[in-house]
Design a protein around this ligand. Structure first.
Ligand code: SF4
Length: 448
């Protein structure tokens, strides 16, 4: 058993990481699906979108070939509507709410139709939004992820000058660095970012990390307001013996490496265990298989009923040949010559529901052993608690506390997205950025 790179041929990598949800091949194919829409009054699909995209309206516009109008409808509610059409778990959002589900028929492929319009807008650089004349105000945004970009766009449209400080060398945040490559490519993320900032009035400065290269104190002095959208990023530790061994990696780093290197350069084991059952765990497991791992096993301490990922995500993992060990909680990683060789897990059973209503796993006293050469930890992400405390930002275990006006405890400093909620969907972060922009405009007395 060994961890190696360059396991597959270039064409195998290309095939394994190709678009999992390809676009419509023809205009007619899109029109057929758009014309199935019932254009429901009080549409449930629209209500289930965190950004409130007017789904029946944009689909109606597609039926009349008004693609520009359709893109405007989508992007005025969600400026990252292109990216969201590729990465949103629509089965639990708009498509899950489509009335066709009640009739046991296929839901309208809302995401694919959304992609149909927004990809054209981005590729052809349609100028759908006009920036108002400058209002003389300057705002700093920390983080060029979905929350930061959405906030920046909302502010720039109203004539505010925005400077985004991003710690990485590219923007897009989770979209660029934290999602499976077969869902969205880094190239698309860059095109989407370029499109968003093409409205004008937004500059992005890369390699600027809060607390290292820039300080909150300085930003507060130099700008009229500050928006914090720096996300979460630290992988939760397992706190079990053997976590330090070679071959034990965290899923955030593993996915980041896939997103920033050629596939052939990313190393993967023969026998991989992935700990966790959220979207990040699924993305890590499926990509480990697609990089050429012989066996991948997801390890989760509860059952399918309690798993955080969707059925759709689970089925991708199964189709990729990933195994699943339910009701198992990591106890220890055994190593030989400093390298991980076995993952020992406690066998669990479900007990009483916890405060959130999910049944808690209880140790049965039995153990199971998985032979491994790689263990990928995907048991959640931790907010930047030290950063929050160093800057005297009120927080709850690192999650920033904000008012209903998106304001932190520091005057003029606002926040939203994953650094506040601890990690939700991209579309939730986009909405948080919209809310942040509105709150800042009110604070600057540019709107009521
Ligand atoms: Fe169309 Fe379905 Fe939305 Fe109704 S619920 S408007 S059928 S997409």
């Amino acid at each position: 058993m060994s961890i190696t790179n360059n396991r597959l041929t270039p064409s195998a990598y290309e095939q394994n990481f190709s678009d999992i949800h390809p676009p419509f091949e023809t205009r007619d194919a899109a029109l057929v699906e758009a014309n199935r829409c019932l254009f429901c009054y009080d549409a449930p699909c629209m209500k289930s979108c965190p950004t409130g995209i007017d789904v029946p309206k944009f689909i109606k516009q597609i039926t009349t070939d008004n693609i520009r109008g359709s893109a405007h409808t989508i992007l005025s509610a969600n400026i990252m509507g292109g990216g969201c059409s590729k990465v949103c778990p629509v089965e639990k959002l708009c498509e899950g709410a489509c009335v066709y589900n009640l009739m046991d028929e296929e839901a309208i492929p809302i995401a694919k139709l959304q992609r149909y319009s927004t990809e054209k807008a981005i590729a052809q650089k349609w100028k759908l939004f006009e920036r108002k004349p400058g209002n003389g105000k300057k705002v700093a945004v920390v983080g060029a992820g979905p929350a930061g970009l959405s906030c920046a766009h909302g502010l720039a449209r109203e004539g505010t000058e925005v400077t985004i400080y991003e710690k990485e060398s590219k923007g897009g945040g989770l979209m660029t660095y934290g999602i499976a490559a077969y869902k969205v490519t880094p190239e698309f993320c860059q095109e989407e970012l370029d499109y968003i900032i093409s409205i004008g009035g937004i500059s992005v400065i890369y390699k600027q990390e809060l607390g290292k290269d820039i300080t909150l104190d300085t930003l507060c002095k130099e700008y009229d307001a500050v928006y914090l959208g720096f996300g979460v990023g630290l992988a939760r530790q397992l706190s079990i013996p053997g976590e330090h061994l070679d071959g034990v990696v965290d899923a955030i780093r593993f996915i980041y490496d896939i997103r920033t290197n050629a596939y052939a350069q990313v190393s993967v084991g023969d026998k991989v265990a992935v700990i966790g059952m959220g979207m990040t765990a699924i993305d890590a497991a499926t990509q480990a298989r697609r990089l050429g791992a012989k066996e991948v096993t997801l390890v989760y301490r509860r059952t399918e009923e309690e798993m955080p990922c969707t059925e759709e995500e689970l089925s991708i993992a199964k189709q990729d040949g990933c195994g699943i060990t339910w009701l198992a909680s990591p106890k220890e990683i055994i190593g030989v010559n400093g390298k991980a060789t076995q993952l020992i897990c406690n066998r669990m059973q479900l007990g009483e529901p916890d405060a959130g209503g999910r049944r808690s796993p209880v140790d049965t006293g039995e153990t199971i052993t998985l032979e491994v050469d790689m263990v990928i930890k995907a048991a959640g992400q931790m907010p930047f608690e030290t950063l929050a405390n160093n800057d005297h930002l009120a927080n709850n275990n690192g999650k920033l506390l904000i008012s209903d006006q998106c304001a932190t405890n520091i005057k003029g400093v606002f926040a939203g997205g994953d650094c506040v909620n601890g990690g939700k969907e991209v579309v939730d972060a986009v909405q948080a950025g919209k809310d942040g922009a509105k709150a800042i405009l009110r604070y600057l007395q540019l709107t009521t």
